[in-house]
Design a protein around this ligand. Structure first.
Ligand SMILES: NC(=O)c1ccc[n+]([C@@H]2O[C@H](COP(=O)([O-])OP(=O)(O)OC[C@H]3O[C@@H](n4cnc5c(N)ncnc54)[C@H](O)[C@@H]3O)[C@@H](O)[C@H]2O)c1
Length: 328
């Protein structure tokens, strides 16, 4: 019997969830539930408890919860449909069903199993092309199905918290998150990862338009830090939503330059016509004063440092792959 707080993480074998689980596994008792639709069990350190299963199913949530005694302190919901293209074409019904069903099932499970906090991933996509900086109290009109589902999470949380105020429900509007463990996301991965994979292989990164569009690129360590502050806050937070970002915008052209510098290469991007004609986000950066004031959040990883780490990680993986191939 230990006194560690217990956390159930849905979607914890994915990009953000696995980083969160790996960073906190020593300090907390963690169980990850993931159906491996997109995540990879290898993203998790071997000592993280893992259950393969679906967050849309109470029985799968139960199986995961049972591993840590059936009662939890916190539930973190990263599962769901994590990108707009997944809703395209035949993905439409599945995209909504998976997003909404996993959310409401996990929310209800969390309350019934003792959670004092339910933390979930919303998205900055909700803001569409709102005036900058993007701030939580702006009116939002979700520009696509993905953003609609996250808006619904936020609205549902506010209603749920009125009826069940004992459990705080906190959403995070992440900006553009980058870091390790994105390989399984493939074409859905952050542009920094996709460009780094290309440049690492001496291929030209493909940029939609002229590359002047900007994003608030935010390192995964800062994202984990922001969520942790909300999770451990002693203050009763109710149902609330916070931006997590670096609070700076950087163009895609500047990202390619920074990656080239870190690799010691000079690979020029290939510019193509932007195939996304409607609701393409031109510029993005967050106002992070709410999370700064309420939770004491300060981003710590500069873009230069984050990109340097990203390139070093890729080099390390390459060396490890080469050396294991040598033994085949
Ligand atoms: N990465 C970003 O920049 C970013 C930005 C804003 C919001 N978000 C949101 O944060 C969350 C995590 O993002 P990510 O980048 O780690 O995505 P991800 O796709 O890597 O992780 C999601 C994980 O959830 C799992 N999953 C999906 N449906 C499931 C279900 N029904 N039951 C169990 N597991 C299921 C997938 O297998 C995957 O491992 C997502 O909700 C995403 O929408 C991410």
């Amino acid at each position: 019997m230990n006194n560690k707080k217990k956390i159930l993480i849905t979607g914890g074998a994915g990009f953000i969830g696995s980083n969160f689980a790996n960073i906190h596994n020593a300090e907390y008792e963690i169980v990850v539930l993931d159906n491996l639709f997109l995540g990879d069990k290898n993203n998790l350190n071997p000592d993280v408890q893992f259950v393969e299963g679906d967050a849309c199913k109470q029985e799968d949530l139960d199986r995961a919860g049972d591993l840590i005694g059936g009662v939890v302190d916190y539930v973190i919901h990263f599962a769901g449909t994590s990108s707009q293209p997944m809703f395209n074409g035949d993905g439409f019904v599945w995209g909504y069903t998976n997003a909404i069903s996993s959310f409401v099932n996990t929310l209800e499970w969390a309350r019934k199993h003792g959670a004092t906090k339910f933390l979930y991933a919303s998205t900055s996509s909700l803001y569409a092309n709102n005036p900058l900086p993007l701030v939580e109290n702006q009116k939002v009109v979700p520009p696509n199905h993905y953003a609609v589902t996250k808006h619904l999470y936020e609205e549902c949380s506010a209603c749920y918290n009125v009826v069940y105020p004992e459990m705080d429900i906190i959403g995070f509007r992440f900006m553009s998150v980058y870091g390790p463990n994105e390989e399984a996301k493939g074409v859905y991965a952050n542009l920094i990862s996709q460009f780094a994979w290309d440049i690492g292989r001496d291929l030209a990164p493909v940029i939609y338009g002229d590359g002047t569009q900007t994003r608030d690129f935010t390192n995964i360590k800062d994202v984990v830090h922001g969520i942790t502050l909300a999770m451990t806050s002693k203050e009763k937070l109710g149902a609330d939503v916070f931006n997590i970002g670096l609070g700076k915008s950087t163009s895609l052209n500047d990202i390619v330059d920074a990656l080239n510098k870190a690799f010691g290469k000079n690979i020029k991007p290939e510019y193509v016509d932007n195939p996304i004609k409607e609701s393409y986000i031109q510029d993005q950066y967050a106002d992070i004063s709410k999370i700064q004031k309420k939770l004491g959040f300060r981003p710590t990883v500069t873009l230069v440092e984050g990109i340097k780490n990203q390139v070093e990680n890729l080099r390390l993986e390459k060396v490890q792959k080469t050396s294991s191939d040598d033994f085949r």
